[in-house]
Design a protein around this ligand. Structure first.
Ligand code: GDP
Length: 249
């Protein structure tokens, strides 16, 4: 790793320190490791209604989204289901929860194209995202994957414009700067500053799969989002004591 820049900005789930921090990391990683493929949908309206908190992963194709999901869940193939032929434009849902009791879902939204996307595709994608944000009642947070060497694309910017008002209303938002092992220390610092300005009240974290950077911080943040009532107490106790919300029909 070329940098040890602090990866959190105004995060409730800051880096581990002491036994409590360690315990929270262990709980968060153990929880993410329970991820299981739940369902896939070719269109938004095929998504099953759910009552548990939903956290959506979005980003440009090749930004490192599948690698990040697989790394966080410690499962080599989980998000690569999204890369199977015919499934790349699907919305894939993964359930989370200990002892088979679902208490949250991760949603892998289709990666959007490179710079030269046909206009029709851009419009379609904008509509899908806008509809998803408006209609997905259990949506609790969004994780936007961005390769900091390329910065935010036009579609990332469009997405941010849709997300910002929702963040003001309480939607959780995190920009993950992927492949941070490719950055020098000063590039990482600069990328963090720029992304923090763009995040509009959301969080920004550096991430690297091969260097295992940012994994604990992102895991803890997602766990905190999905378990807000457990936020201020010992997660070891509350993770089992908290009554999980049942899945919808
Ligand atoms: P997706 O299209 O957003 O799901 O992106 P992938 O997860 O498939 O990653 C795209 C490419 O970036 C692959 O070649 C990965 O091996 C590479 N990649 C992903 N994450 C990292 C990372 O943290 N560091 C480095 N150096 N490469 C990465």
């Amino acid at each position: 790793m070329t940098t040890n820049t602090n990866t959190t900005s105004n995060s409730q789930a800051g880096p581990s320190s002491g036994s409590d921090g360690k315990s929270q990391t262990t709980v968060a990683l153990g929880w993410l490791h329970t991820a299981k493929f739940l369902t896939t949908a070719p269109e938004l309206h095929y998504l099953p209604p759910l009552e548990v908190p939903e956290i959506a992963f979005v980003g440009r194709s090749n930004a490192g989204k599948s690698t990040c999901i697989n790394t966080l869940t410690q499962q080599k193939q989980l998000a690569f289901a999204s890369k199977k032929p015919g499934r790349t434009q699907h919305i894939n849902l993964f359930s989370l929860g200990k002892q088979g009791v679902m208490d949250a879902v991760l949603t892998d939204l289709p990666g959007y194209g490179y710079a030269a996307v046909p206009k029709q595709d851009k419009i379609r994608w904008q509509q899908v995202m806008a509809n998803y944000l408006v209609t997905r009642r259990n949506l609790m947070g969004i994780v936007l994957m961005c390769d900091p060497r390329h910065g935010l694309t036009e579609l990332d910017e469009i997405l941010l414009d849709v997300i910002r008002p929702r963040v003001q209303e309480g939607l959780k938002f995190l920009i993950v700067l992927t492949k941070s092992d490719k950055l020098t220390r000063s590039e990482a610092t600069k990328a963090l500053s720029i992304a923090r300005l763009q995040a509009g009240g959301g969080e920004v974290m550096l991430f690297s799969a091969p260097k295992r950077k940012g994994i604990d911080e992102v895991a803890k943040l997602l766990w905190t989002w999905a378990h807000p009532r457990a936020d201020s107490a010992d997660p070891d106790t509350l993770n089992t004591a908290q009554a999980p919300r049942p899945a919808g029909p």
